[in-house]
Design a protein around this ligand. Structure first.
Ligand code: ATP
Length: 334
């Protein structure tokens, strides 16, 4: 398991829920999204109506699920959670929708992975709070209209561009989450340390924040690993020395890149002379799914100027060669 992977398994989800901010004021960073969202929620509260449907878009681990929970708690409404991959038939969605209570918040994670027929059913549900349930097959099939309670849909996606326009347009508001600055991650870490009862120095926080790929999930995970090191090999305090030593053990470098990131960059430079090389070829060489490389490793590498995306494929940039300590060939792209 990658220590800086942006995904979370079940065990980690449990550890995470203890650290989740419960209200918008506790939520660190993402100032623009916070402000926009608070307007949407305040207005809905003033009208005494459920909030408009909301979409959160951005790389994993930046707080989409947390914000969905905050929408529900700020509206004083219950939250129902499901996800795109869990909804493979229109019937699956009809079952979820018809069991909602008035005002309930429905969170659909990975909404871009929902099956097409369900997606079409969702259009009508979002707009008219009604669905047509088709009973039977062939010429004898009948559509039975079903009235739904008014609900708020909160969708999350790692790639808003993958959503068909009719679905995207039905959200009243889309919040684009961006990577956090190291300073914001320090605030996340301080808050988490307090909740975990961990003593964290300013230098320790800065060291961990700087290696967390702009992602609170990773910051919290690294904090737990450094705490382990501090308890077993150090003084129990999470300071710079503990952070450096622990992160070396876990092969997280100064930029927060781990083995997969470096494998992608190494393959790009050493095997393909700096590219351009197609995503799927690159993924095969590093032994990962193309989607993982694209959604987990690439956004941060692109943002750090370590990888370029061109119509002809992925390319190394001057910083890529420098970071790996390699000399670019004369004809290298970028
Ligand atoms: P995924 O799409 O992979 O589920 P996500 O974007 O939904 O990721 P969350 O599960 O909301 O991410 O957040 C991951 C962890 O990071 C949680 O433990 C959460 O508490 C913490 N976190 C995220 N954003 C913030 C924030 N702004 N302030 C404090 N903690 C945060």
């Amino acid at each position: 398991e990658r220590i800086v992977t942006t995904g979370a398994d079940e065990q980690e989800r449990a550890a995470e829920s203890a650290l989740r901010p419960h209200g918008l004021t506790e939520f660190v960073g993402q100032k623009v999204v916070r402000e926009q969202l608070s307007l949407v929620l305040d207005a809905a509260r003033a009208r005494g109506a459920p909030a408009d449907h909301v979409l959160f878009s951005g790389p994993p681990g930046l707080g989409k699920t947390t914000l969905a929970m905050i929408v529900a708690s700020e509206m004083g409404a219950p939250l129902r959670q499901s996800s795109g991959p869990a909804i493979q038939h229109a019937g699956d969605l009809a079952a979820v929708l018809s069991s909602l209570d008035e005002g309930e918040v429905l969170f659909l994670d990975e909404i871009h992975r929902m099956a097409r027929p369900a997606e079409e059913m969702l259009y009508m549900a979002m707009e008219d709070f009604r669905v047509d349930v088709v009973v039977g097959k062939g010429p004898g099939a009948t559509a039975i209209p079903l009235q739904l309670p008014r609900f708020t849909l909160v969708g999350a996606t790692t790639r808003a561009g993958l959503l068909p326009a009719p679905l995207r347009d039905r959200f009243g508001f889309t919040g684009y989450l961006d990577f956090y600055t190291p300073e914001e991650l320090v605030l996340v870490l301080r808050r988490s340390a307090q909740l975990l009862g961990v003593q964290l120095t300013a230098e320790g926080a800065a060291e961990i924040g700087g290696r967390s790929r702009g992602t609170p999930r990773i910051a919290n995970r690294l904090l737990r690993r450094v705490r382990d090191w501090a308890q077993v090999r150090g003084s129990g305090i999470v300071d710079r020395r503990a952070a450096r030593a622990a992160l070396e053990v876990y092969e997280v470098d100064e930029l927060g890149l781990d083995r997969l990131d470096r494998a992608v960059l190494e393959a790009l430079c050493r095997r393909f002379g700096g590219g351009p090389v197609g995503l799927s070829t690159l993924a095969v060489v590093v032994g990962e799914e193309a989607e993982t490389v694209e959604t987990v490793a690439e956004p941060f590498l692109v943002r750090e100027g370590l990888l370029g995306r061109t119509p002809r494929g992925r390319v190394a940039l001057p910083q890529t060669w420098a970071h790996l300590g390699l000399t670019p060939p004369r004809d290298a792209p970028g």
